[in-house]
Design a protein around this ligand. Structure first.
Ligand SMILES: Nc1ncnc2c1ncn2[C@@H]1O[C@H](COP(=O)(O)OP(=O)(O)OP(=O)(O)O)[C@@H](O)[C@H]1O
Length: 318
């Protein structure tokens, strides 16, 4: 942020609850500030799409508060078109009539959106190598997603909400899309204040490693962590220990009050808060950069040990 101005979240969920038979979204809170890309992760069925639909007012919520651009999600469908135009949404499926051609999509969108920018749309088609003469039914899944993203960007949104929208991209297209998302979120007003933000759910955590500022993880309807991505990926480490080395690490002054560990057949992964300090203290133990996948596995499947409590006669806990 280049300004000391207090920024208002562009997307905000506060304690949202939604009950389905067999699943409950339980007090989900998340915020996306101007200039931020927030990655939303979690296992299949964890509640990502339900949260996104609740934020967009596509489904009703039982309790809590969901807002985009300050507008209550409950009133979003009836909101001013000007508000809806400022929200770009891409799901993992294309919901357009199968027989129409890409060029016709542009014409239809031009009529639907006041701020439609045909040059942005055509620029996206060019970058994505999409042929305007192709019909929707002739597009592969990845091509359909590219078209949806082109449409979302061309109506000049302030926020982009992407639900598994990068799943169909090949590696080259993926890098192109990540660049476009970075460009989108870098837009500032004349005073240098960021104007745009992105919330994107994804199972492709390597994409989030590259572009997310914050990573929010949901599991079984609850938020389990919301972390600064750089803190995970740049500072933390995962020490690949043998069983005997774990005791050594836990007994050291370096050990924090809680240590997350994940047992494998071949050893034990130990999450360390500062991998550079750890490598100085234990040069013989390999310690890697933590990927978002590693961190999620350690949090969701690992155990928490309390070395200091153990030293004083306490035990281990989940
Ligand atoms: N309309 C619905 N009626 C009943 N249950 C639903 C409905 N929509 C979603 N669910 C349930 O809510 C839970 C969360 O689903 P959701 O689609 O939010 O998960 P997700 O995290 O997006 O998963 P994935 O990564 O597989 O897309 C699942 O158990 C799902 O079966």
């Amino acid at each position: 942020m280049t300004s000391s101005r207090v920024s208002v979240p562009l997307i905000e969920a506060r304690n949202i609850t939604k009950h389905y038979d067999g699943f409950t979204l339980q007090g989900v809170s998340l915020t996306v500030e101007p200039g931020q890309i927030v990655g939303f992760i979690g296992q299949n069925g964890a509640g990502k799409s339900t949260t996104i639909k609740a934020l967009l007012g596509i489904i009703g919520i039982d309790a809590g508060d969901a807002r985009i651009l300050g507008v209550d999600a409950r009133g979003l469908s009836g909101a001013d078109t000007a508000v809806k135009e400022r929200i770009g949404v891409v799901f993992d499926t294309v919901s357009m009539p199968p027989h129409i051609k890409i060029a016709e999509v542009g014409k239809l969108m031009e009529r639907a959106y006041r701020n439609w920018d045909a040059r942005v749309f055509e620029g996206c088609l060019h970058r994505f190598k999409l042929d305007p003469k192709k019909a929707i039914k002739e597009l592969s899944r990845g091509m359909g997603m590219k078209l949806s993203l082109a449409c979302a960007l061309a109506h000049d949104p302030q926020v982009l909400i992407l639900d598994e929208a990068t799943a169909g991209f090949d590696p080259m297209a993926r890098d192109e899309v990540l660049d476009m998302l970075r460009e989108f979120v870098a837009v500032e007003d004349a005073a240098g204040n960021p104007q745009h933000a992105i919330l994107m759910s994804s199972h492709i955590t390597s994409d989030l490693d590259k572009i997310a500022d914050t990573v929010v993880c949901i599991d079984d309807g609850r938020i389990v962590f919301a972390c600064d991505k750089d803190e995970i990926c740049d500072l933390m480490g995962v020490a690949r220990c043998r069983a005997t080395e774990v005791e050594q690490v836990l007994a050291s002054d370096q050990a924090p009050s809680q240590v997350r560990v994940l047992h494998h057949d071949y050893g034990v992964d130990v999450l360390v808060p500062d991998r550079f300090e750890f490598m100085r203290a234990f040069p013989q133990i390999p310690c890697d950069r933590v990927s978002i996948d590693d961190y999620m596995a350690l949090v969701l499947k690992g155990a928490v040990l309390h070395p200091r409590a153990r030293a004083q006669g306490g035990g281990d806990a989940r």
